[in-house]
Design a binder for this molecule. Structure first.
Ligand code: NAI
Length: 461
């Protein structure tokens, strides 16, 4: 069989790319070696973690807010096998959905692991498939940390953390990034004593510092403990316990922490094993990312790369956008991704979302800016829903009022960010947002109030 495009990997980057290629009239196949489509995100990442976050958030609501709302009775108890089943069913519903979309769009699923013997050829098992274009969307894998051996039982990565045999009494999380805080929240809500060890002095590196501080305080209120400025030296594990050794950076003192489970969440790295990139002489960066030009082309003609395997934030939606754009490029259209407007969300409670520049970045760039901030304490809907922790912070150019960034911590922050993304895509000013009628009572009124605060002032502050 000969194709116009073969996409390697069926994660959000790969499957979206394959579907768009087919929609644009290109004969397309997607190679996937897992039993199911969807890659890390659907099988062992975004989707299963959201199921566990949702279930445990419901539990948290029942335990903490039901009585005050007049909902009395025993708090629900946790049926861990059933929660796991619910998570597995959620995964299956989503991965089967991709299979359906492949059939609907006439994308062939080539089952197996691919290698690229030369441009124009993809080898899967003993078969060689001819193709005009290849898109590498092979994703990422857990980055290792010296002295920490992941066995996915006692010392787990995000994959093992989704399928623990039982709820641990104590959990040590290495790394206060997105994975550490999302999975740490899940187990803290399930009753585990969670300690997060972070190398830096702030959690969620790169985020707006006001959000970082407020987020840490709120997580601490929920019971998570933090050891900051600590470099993990290693983990030694027995059959039922693990000992984590870390050094405090301020005085070099060494400490140990014992727990039932250790979650390693110190980042991910591109997954390109077995593709044969070296033999092809495909250029990579020092960090193992495939080098691409502005059109996702590698240095080998006819071979493109997208998603976690290349530079940029390791986010499913960034990969999806690149997948669509590269499909359009291959089809002879103008594929485009606006890297300045890629939102990022942490699905804890409250949620955290961010887009564009942080205040720190603007200061560093010497840019004149103004800040419009609004607390959810002034939002009627949030107060009614016991969800008034957090704020919306909007950053706009001091002269032109053009929106430069937004940072939200609060209820549905992951959804609220998108009206700001659209505004930024259109080069809108804070006043444009402020003049847009927002339905009452909604959380999104807090976004409008933050925009008002960039001008003559918020009403409910
Ligand atoms: P991350 O890069 O978000 O955070 C890793 C943290 O580990 C950093 O705070 C870092 O300072 C710390 N760290 C590194 N070495 C350390 C050491 N030796 N001792 C203590 N702390 C150390 O990485 P994470 O959370 O593993 O996530 C991986 C990728 O997956 C990220 O790119 C993330 O964006 C993506 N992801 C996104 C999600 C979302 O969008 N909601 C959910 C889950 C993952």
């Amino acid at each position: 069989m000969s194709y116009d495009v073969i996409v390697i990997g069926s994660g959000p980057g790969g499957y979206v790319c394959a579907i768009r290629c087919a929609q644009l009239g290109l004969k397309t196949a997607c190679v996937e070696g897992r039993e199911t489509l969807g890659g890390t995100c659907l099988n062992v990442g975004c989707i299963p973690s959201k199921a566990l976050l949702h279930a445990t958030h419901m539990l948290h609501e029942a335990e903490h807010n039901f009585a005050a709302m007049g909902l009395k009775g025993k708090s629900p108890s946790v049926d861990w096998p059933q929660m796991q089943k619910y998570k597995e069913e959620t995964i299956a519903a989503n991965t089967k959905g991709i299979e359906f979309l492949f059939k609907k769009n006439k994308v062939d699923w080539i089952k197996g692991w691919a290698s690229i013997p030369e441009a124009g050829k993809v080898k899967v098992g003993d078969d060689i498939h001819e193709t005009k274009n290849i898109v590498i969307a092979s994703g990422s894998e857990v980055a290792t940390l010296p002295g920490v051996e992941v066995d996915e039982k006692i010392v787990v990565s995000s994959t093992g953390a989704l399928t623990l045999n039982k709820i641990p009494k104590t959990l040590t999380v290495i790394g206060a990034g997105v994975i550490g805080l999302e999975m740490g929240s899940v187990y803290a809500r399930l009753g585990a004593e969670v300690t997060v060890i972070e190398y830096l002095d702030a959690i969620t590196p790169g985020m707006d510092s006001e959000v970082q501080k407020s987020f840490k305080r709120l997580l601490e209120k929920q019971g998570l403990k933090f050891v900051m400025g600590a470099a993990v030296q290693g983990v030694s594990a027995t059959k039922s316990k693990a000992k984590t050794t870390y050094k405090l950076r301020k005085d070099d003192s060494e400490h140990t922490l014992e727990s039932d489970i250790v979650l390693l969440a110190t980042g991910r790295k591109p997954f390109t094993d077995g593709l044969g990139l070296d033999a092809l002489n495909i250029a990579t960066t020092k960090r193992g990312q495939i080098e691409t030009d502005a059109h996702w082309a590698t240095n080998i003609s006819g071979i493109y790369a997208i998603g976690d395997a290349i530079e940029g934030p390791m986010l499913a939606h960034k990969a999806e956008d690149e997948g669509m754009a590269v499909a359009e490029t291959i089809a002879g259209k103008q594929g485009h991704v606006n890297y300045g407007v890629i939102p990022s969300v942490i699905y804890t409670h409250p949620e955290v979302s961010t887009v564009g520049q942080t205040e720190e970045q603007l200061k560093e760039a010497g840019r004149a800016y103004k800040v419009g901030k609004f607390s959810f304490m002034g939002n009627g809907r949030a107060k009614a829903n016991f969800a008034a922790d957090g704020f919306v912070k909007l950053l706009a150019d001091k002269e032109t009022d053009r929106i430069l960034g937004a940072h939200i911590i609060g209820p549905m922050a992951g959804d609220l960010i998108h009206e700001i993304c659209v505004a930024m895509e259109f080069g809108a000013s804070a006043q444009d947002l402020a003049l847009t009628c927002h339905a009452h009572p909604t959380y999104s009124e807090a976004v409008r109030e933050a925009a008002l605060a960039c001008g003559d002032g918020a009403i409910h502050a």
